[in-house]
Design a protein around this ligand. Structure first.
Ligand code: TXA
Ligand code: MG
Length: 348
């Protein structure tokens, strides 16, 4: 038995659903990053996610469902803001934090009174979620006739070991879980490339907990009001992605801009270090480095799409360290800047 990648045809989607129903983990594509999915209503399956990832148990998981209607059945309250955002951005790369319904497991929420909900748009995720939630199929499987069928959803963190770079292809997932026995559905390269925007709707004003492809201004436009300022530094990490160091390559990774990057590259070469460089400006095209990835910064979306694969390529290469040219600033660039700050965080 070993980790295997499967084409997402009807047969393999059905196999994935059967595995999920029997309590196994399955890796599946979403439009943001690949997820490591388990039946969100089965405490043992959810526990398997934490052990497979090596993730601390108090970190909550996002529940994925096929539609906004399905999402509502995981929430105790469905504020007007949730409906507006769901109408505007689901299916898509957005997670809403709302008060949890009574049936939601503590293992999913990390014991909190809230739950993260997302309706992914990736067609493979949609097919798996729809088939997994199919009530008739659920009754056929193991329910007593006439028994109330609980809402069914998939708890799914990014399909990487805790703290590591999120996977944006089936091959990335396989590399993370080589020693496990994981069924991976292949949905190609993820269109978005960074994790969903997380919006907390449990306070007096909506607040972004993790920036993503759905930008702050779009959210404010839909809500017709300003977002609360994101605060950080709370002692319990409600968002594990809010840990200072996260989304990180194994190799030492640094980020500089302009002259500071010039100096760093020169000094590293003088010290005999093999440097892998990720850059987007022409001025760094002339530096002699051991490996290089040149990213387009024409749009933040394009950069987001490519950045995790670039980090992995260099992490897997023979370089000693990775140097990143700081991406442009500005509101569209918040998600990549957030992730790269955490990928390059050096505890002092
Ligand atoms: O795009 C995504 O969101 C991907 C794909 C697979 O859907 N998933 C993902 O999951 O990034 P994960 O577990 O790697 O990150 C989800 C973040 C975690 O940092 C977690 O702490 C936070 O969401 N989260 C989940 N439920 C929460 C809650 N009730 N309150 C606050 N944060 C929550
Ligand atoms: Mg993650």
């Amino acid at each position: 038995m070993s980790t295997t990648i499967h084409e997402a045809n009807d047969t393999n989607v059905a196999r994935a659903v059967t595995l999920l129903r029997s309590g196994e983990l399955v890796a599946l594509p979403t439009e943001t990053v690949y997820g490591l999915a388990a039946d969100a209503s089965d405490a043992n399956s959810v526990a398997n996610i934490f052990s497979a990832k090596g993730r601390p148990a108090n970190h909550p998981l996002i529940v994925h469902v096929a539609s906004a209607d399905a999402a509502k059945s995981w929430a105790r309250e469905w504020p007007e803001a949730a409906q507006k955002l769901a109408d505007a951005f689901w299916p898509g790369p957005m997670t809403l934090i709302v008060k949890r319904a009574a049936h939601v497991l503590d293992a999913v929420t990390g014991g909190q009174d809230t739950v993260g909900l997302r309706v992914p748009s990736h067609p493979v995720a949609q097919r798996v979620l729809a088939m997994f939630a199919d009530k008739d199929a659920a009754l056929r499987d193991h329910s007593v006739p006439g028994e109330l069928v609980e809402p069914r959803g998939l708890a799914a963190p990014s399909a990487n070991k805790f703290g590591h770079v999120s996977p944006t292809s089936a091959q990335h997932v396989a590399a993370e879980f080589v020693d496990d026995d994981l069924f991976i559905l292949d949905g190609g390269a993820c269109e978005v490339g960074v994790e969903s925007t997380i919006i907390d709707l449990t306070g007096s004003a909506a607040r972004i907990l993790r920036p993503g492809r759905i930008r702050a201004q779009e959210i404010e436009r839909v809500l017709g009001r300003e977002l609360a300022q994101s605060s950080s530094g709370a002692s319990t990490p409600r968002v594990s992605g809010s840990l200072d160091s996260h989304y990180a390559p194994r190799k030492k990774t640094f980020m500089f801009e302009n002259d500071a990057l010039d100096l760093f590259l020169d000094a590293s070469r003088d010290a005999g270090k093999r440097v892998g460089l990720i850059h987007h400006s022409d001025r760094f095209a002339k530096h002699r480095v051991s490996a290089r990835v040149t990213l387009s910064h024409e749009t933040a979306a394009r950069f987001e799409h490519d950045i995790y694969a670039a980090l992995r390529d260099l992490d897997d290469s023979t370089v000693d360290l990775i140097a990143i040219e700081m991406p442009p600033s500005g509101s569209d660039w918040e998600a990549v800047n957030d992730r790269l700050r955490r990928a390059t965080y050096q505890p002092s």
